[in-house]
Design a protein around this ligand. Structure first.
Ligand code: PLP
Length: 392
């Protein structure tokens, strides 16, 4: 057999543990609280709009950087929510999910030798995205219980080699919502070091306890050095549609569009048309979204706490990081495999969110973007851990 001669860049990362846990969930018939996708239906109006778009024959390639209707709806939404003046012709690129937005942005921006600052723990993709782009990640820890960063540590991470910092607010996996003070501190460093903020705001509408989402692009001096990424997946429960967008200054948008064109040519055309409908949903839609997620959050988080997990209550997004040492396990992968195999609940081992895996060895992440009945069933299964705890 001939051994494949693969590129050096793929040696820097492993396959996604989140997606691997989904495969284990299928294999063992476990409830999937690992990967962040809803098990409840997408909004009826969106399914209708998608079916209509196909019937009306929006079935060929859309314009590479996004259907004009969708880009106009995106611009209008950013004006309405954040007072941002975004030009659909010059600033918006529609991609195959926030996932493609991130890699297209990094490929458009980075050269070998450049450094990218990433807060740790982080959404799994950011490390591999940076390596694939030929640059080097530099990690800055977020600290529980509220998952903020040490300002001095961030200051020390910036250097003349820093080309960008990746932000994610609300944050996966911790649920941290970056405050205006934190964002101003980051913005000041970006300006001092002539670096870009690449901000993944895919959970922008999923917020709890009065927390407010602030796009860093709206802070003084930041529009010209920010790429704002968001998309349809989380706010509208259509993770399989693969529609996302990035908003960037005109010259950078030109470079991102070039990369995007050769990566994928374009995002699914009929689903772009349907997405424009979602972006016109009234404020009541977002209020209901927040209230529904808050109920799911309380249900799972309270139950985990009661069972004996140490829980860091999320301020936004739909994940909760926990410490499981009360159950006598020391290793996150062993504990996650026990849960998926013996208890019937899939979660994500904490170490997969860290470049320094030892920092996440006592943690697992639960996703609560599921029906309340799914969460109740998961809690019923997890309550078998009580006996284990009692026996310690
Ligand atoms: N960014 C973050 C922080 C995520 O958690 C996820 C999915 O879990 C994504 C991006 C993926 O977004 P999309 O489905 O738009 O590619």
């Amino acid at each position: 057999m001939v051994k494949a001669r693969t590129a050096d860049r793929v040696t820097h990362f492993t396959e996604s543990v989140i997606r691997e846990m989904t495969r284990w969930a299928h294999q063992f018939g476990a409830i999937n609280l690992a990967q962040g996708f809803p098990d409840f239906p997408a909004p009826e109006a969106l399914k209708e709009a998608a079916a209509r778009a196909i019937r009306e024959d929006h079935n060929q390639y859309a314009i590479t950087w996004g259907s004009p209707r969708l880009r106009a709806a995106i611009a209008e939404k950013y004006r309405r929510f954040y007072g941002m003046e975004v030009d659909p012709e010059r600033h918006i690129t529609v991609c195959c999910g926030a996932t493609e937005c991130m890699i297209a942005t990094l490929l458009a921006l980075l050269n070998p030798g450049d450094e990218v600052i990433i807060f740790e723990p982080f959404y799994e993709n950011y490390g591999p995205d940076t390596w694939i782009s030929g640059a080097k990640p530099v990690y800055v820890p977020l600290h529980p219980p509220d998952w903020t960063f040490d300002p001095d540590a961030l200051r020390r991470a910036f250097s003349p080699r820093t080309r960008a910092i990746i932000l994610n607010t609300p944050h996966n996996p911790t649920g941290h919502v970056f405050s205006e003070e934190e964002l101003r501190f980051i913005a000041e460093l970006c300006q001092r070091y002539d670096a870009y903020a690449i901000t993944d705001e895919i959970y922008e509408h999923i917020l709890y306890d009065g927390h407010r989402h602030i796009p860093i692009a709206t802070l003084p001096g930041m529009w010209e050095r920010t790429v704002t990424i968001s998309g349809m997946s989380k706010s509208y429960a259509v993770t399989g549609w693969r529609i996302g967008w990035c908003i960037a200054p005109e010259d950078l948008t030109g470079a991102i569009r070039k990369v995007h064109d050769f990566l994928t040519v374009g995002a699914p055309a009929p689903l772009q048309e349907a997405s424009a409908v979602a972006l016109q949903f009234p404020p009541a839609y977002y209020e209901a979204l927040r209230a529904d997620y808050d109920r799911r959050r309380r249900l799972l988080v309270d139950a985990l706490e009661e069972l004996g997990f140490e829980v860091w209550r999320p301020q936004g997004a739909y994940y909760v990081m926990t410490d499981f040492r009360a159950f006598g396990f020391e290793d996150d992968t062993a504990f996650a495999m026990h849960l998926v195999r013996e208890i019937g609940v899939a979660v994500v081992p904490g170490s997969s969110f860290y470049a320094h895996p030892e920092r996440g060895r006592s943690q697992v992440r639960f996703a609560f973007c599921k029906r309340e009945e799914t969460l109740r069933e998961a809690v019923a299964r997890l309550s078998r851990l009580r006996a284990r705890r009692a026996a310690l």
